[in-house]
Design a protein around this ligand. Structure first.
Ligand code: SAM
Ligand code: DTB
Ligand code: SF4
Length: 361
């Protein structure tokens, strides 16, 4: 096991990121092999349990109601629908299901109760359950933990400085608070970000400083390449170069040796060779299935062919952290508190977000 450092500086991380490619790859692959089986990659499946109509202004997101992206909104899925999808995912080799909802934050009530039941149902299928539902309170985190949640995803997305150029409807501090709330339970933390939003290498390093300094570091860090969706403020961003993705994955692996590094959105633009380099550099998870939340993803059969060609094996569930126990709703110790937390609303102006909001479909 490598020693975990929580005191990485931005300058040190930039220096790692900018190393000659061969040195960077060698170092990252060495750290990877010391801490993980290099021939095992986790296959996860995303499920958009509540799509579109989101009140936030995240500049990258096709689900924000204010942008005209053509995403069709849906009400919360039923528990039966979710169970059927989870079983499908399991039979195609997934060990983890990540349920996403286009919410700003979780509100206590029947919809959250329904999500808790989805968590219980999937945990009983012996799959790792992850949720990404926006901001949550400590009590809500405890209720998810009781239901058997394995991980909670809440991304920092970018550096604190660049965040102000992307989102105005919620603050960076609130993101850190949600992560802290999850940390008060046994639920593991999944937090990462997006590259290709016009940020600098300094911003990428700034995000990694923020993640690496968390103690403990997140068990899972998704690295997304922006999927530039028409109608969003970031629709014209140029696609991320594969070399940038490889550098970001390798640097993440070096600064967070024990973490699952997830090669997340953006794989449709990557060749097999490019993805293989990312696995070599320390990525050990992908999202499989023909859709991410709302945007396309490579065909699952193609992914399985890639695994075969590279001699990769899908990771078994609960390899890194043991399976949580599910407490039934009737035996629950944590009740809905009906809290009205004061999450911040910075409300500064982001010109490109305002322009995109004003555009007609
Ligand atoms: N609404 C919840 C929230 O924002 O926390 C959960 C769902 S949200 C879609 C989850 C994450 O997906 C975002 O934090 C962002 O990192 C990622 N994401 C969203 N749109 C993306 C895009 N177009 N390209 C890459 N990643 C994206
Ligand atoms: C994460 O970091 N990436 C996933 C998962 N966590 C929830 C979501 C990617 C979404 C890409 C855009 C879409 O399909 O809507
Ligand atoms: Fe809403 Fe999440 Fe999309 Fe932001 S990223 S607009 S909070 S669904």
């Amino acid at each position: 096991m490598s020693t975990i450092r929580h005191d990485w500086t931005k300058e040190e991380i930039i220096a790692v990121y900018n190393k000659p490619m061969m040195d960077l790859l060698f170092e990252a692959a060495s750290v990877h092999r010391k801490n993980h089986d290099p021939n095992v990659v986790q296959v996860s499946t995303l499920l958009s349990i509540k799509t579109g109509g989101c009140p936030e202004d995240c500049g990258y997101c096709p689900q924000a109601a204010r942008y005209h992206t053509g995403v069709e909104g849906n009400d919360l899925m039923t528990v039966q629908q979710v169970k059927a999808q989870a079983l499908r995912a399991k039979s195609s080799g997934s060990s983890r299901v990540c349920m996403g909802a286009a919410w700003r934050n979780v509100k206590d009530g029947p919809e959250f109760d329904q999500v808790l039941e989805m968590v219980r149902t999937i945990n009983k299928l012996d799959m790792e359950v992850c949720c990404t539902l926006g901001m949550i309170t400590e009590n809500q985190a405890h209720r998810l933990a009781e239901a058997g949640l394995y991980a909670y995803n809440h991304n920092l997305d970018t550096s604190e400085e660049y965040y102000k150029e992307v989102i105005s409807t919620r603050g960076y501090e609130d993101r850190l608070q949600t992560i802290e709330n999850v940390r008060k339970t046994n639920v593991t933390v999944c937090s990462g970000g997006i590259i290709g939003m016009g940020e600098s290498v300094e911003d990428r390093a700034g995000m990694l400083v923020a993640l690496a300094s968390l103690s403990p570091q997140p068990e899972s860090v998704p690295i997304n390449a922006l999927v530039a969706v028409e109608g969003t403020p970031l629709e014209e961003e140029k696609p991320v170069e594969i070399w940038e993705m490889i550098r970001m994955v390798a640097t993440t692996r070096i600064v967070m040796p024990n973490t699952q590094v997830r090669l997340s959105a953006g794989r449709t633009n990557m060749s097999r060779e490019g993805q293989a380099m990312c696995f070599f550099a320390g990525a050990n998870s992908i999202f499989a299935g023909d859709k991410l939340l709302t945007t396309p993803n490579p065909d699952v059969n193609e992914d399985m062919k890639m695994f075969e060609m590279l001699g990769l094996n899908p990771q078994k569930p609960f390899t890194k952290v043991s399976q949580p126990k599910t407490v039934e709703a009737a035996d629950s110790q944590y009740q809905a508190l009906g809290e009205k937390p004061k999450w911040t609303r910075p409300s500064h102006k982001i010109e490109r977000n305002l322009e995109a909001s004003g555009k007609k479909a």
